[in-house]
Write a protein that binds this ligand. Structure first.
Ligand code: B1M
Length: 212
C-alpha cells in the first residue's frame, strides 16, 4: 500500500508533521489501524534502527524519528482504545531502570487499555522496587516490564526476585518484552512470560488473568 510506504519514509526522515498528515490520510482511507502501525510506523522505525546500528544515522536523527512515531501513535491511539470493553485486571507497566526507550512500552499500554485492562504506567527508568511497591499497593495482577538495551535487561530479574521475596508470586505475574529479549531470557529470570509485541502482550495478559 503506497500510503504506508510514505508513512515509513516520512518517519525515517523524522518529519513528524508529514507523518501525522499521512497517518490521517490512511485513517480516512479506512486502512486497518494495525496495518498503519505495523507496516507504516514500526516498519519505518526498524529501518532507522538498522541505520543507527550501522552508524549511517546518529542520535539526533533517531530522536526526530521517535518524535515522528509519537505523532503517528497519538492519532492511532483513540482507534486502538475505542470500543465498549468490560474493565479487566490491573497491569503495572514501565521501562526498567536505566532505560529511556518508551515507544514500545507505550504501545503495549495502549493495546492493553484497548482490551479493557487498567494500566498504571510508571514511565521510563523505573527502579525494580517501584514496580513491586505499586503492584502491591494497587492490588495489580500483572507487572509488565520493557527493556530495549542489553545493559538494562539484566535488571529485570530484580523485579521477579523482589516479588518472590514478598511472597507475591501467586498474586502477581511478571511479563517482559523488548527487542533484545527472548523466551529463554524470561525463563532464566523467572518471569511468567516473554511477549514479542504489543498484541502478544494482550494475549498473554488475558491468559495470565484468566480472561478476567
Ligand atoms: Co536507542 N538503542 N539508544 N534510542 N533505539 C536501540 C534499542 C538499539 C538496538 C539501536 C541499534 O544500535 N541498532 C541500541 C541498543 C543496543 C543494545 O543494547 N544491544 C540503542 C542504543 C545503543 C541507544 C543509546 C545507548 C544510544 C546512545 O546514547 N549512544 C541510548 C540509550 C538511552 C537509554 O535508554 N538509557 C538510546 C537512545 C534512544 C533514543 C532516546 C534516541 C530513542 C528512544 C526514544 C523513545 O523511546 N522515546 C531510541 C530509539 C528510537 C531506538 C530504536 C532506533 C528504535 C526503538 C523503538 O522505539 N522501536 C532502537 C533500534 C531497534 O529497536 N531496532 C534503538 C519501535 C518500538 C515500537 O519497538 O520498542 O522494540 P520496540 O517495542 C516492540 C517490541 O519490542 C515489544 O512490543 C513493541 C511492538 O509492538 N515490546 C514489548 C517492547 N516492550 C514490551 C513490553 C512488553 C511486551 C512487549 O510487556 C511488558
Amino acid at each position: 500500500m503506497e500510503i504506508l510506504k510514505h508513512i515509513s519514509l516520512s518517519l525515517q526522515a523524522g518529519d513528524d508533521k508529514m507523518v501525522a498528515h499521512q497517518v490521517r490520510q490512511a485513517i480516512e482511507e479506512e486502512l486497518p489501524t494495525t496495518e498503519i502501525l505495523d507496516n507504516g510506523l514500526i516498519a519505518g522505525m526498524a529501518v532507522v534502527g538498522d541505520r543507527f546500528r550501522r552508524q549511517e544515522v546518529f542520535l539526533p536523527e533517531v530522536l526526530l524519528a521517535a518524535r515522528a512515531m509519537n505523532a503517528g501513535m497519538e492519532l492511532l491511539k483513540p482507534l486502538l482504545i475505542a470500543g465498549d470493553v468490560p474493565t479487566r485486571a490491573k497491569v503495572v507497566l514501565g521501562s526498567i531502570e536505566g532505560d529511556l526507550h518508551d515507544l514500545g512500552k507505550n504501545l503495549v499500554g495502549i493495546m492493553l487499555k484497548g482490551a479493557g485492562f487498567e494500566v498504571i504506567d510508571l514511565g521510563i527508568d523505573v527502579p525494580p522496587a517501584k514496580f513491586v511497591d505499586t503492584a502491591e499497593a494497587e492490588d495489580a495482577s500483572v507487572i509488565g516490564i520493557s527493556a530495549l538495551l542489553t545493559t538494562t535487561m539484566t535488571r529485570m530479574g530484580k523485579v521477579v526476585e523482589l516479588r518472590n521475596e514478598r511472597g507475591l508470586s501467586d498474586k502477581i505475574s511478571v511479563i517482559v518484552g523488548g527487542a533484545p529479549l527472548s523466551h529463554e531470557f524470561a525463563r532464566a529470570i523467572g518471569a511468567s512470560a516473554y511477549c514479542y509485541d504489543a498484541a502478544n502482550a494482550v494475549e498473554v495478559v488475558t491468559d495470565l488473568t484468566g480472561g478476567a
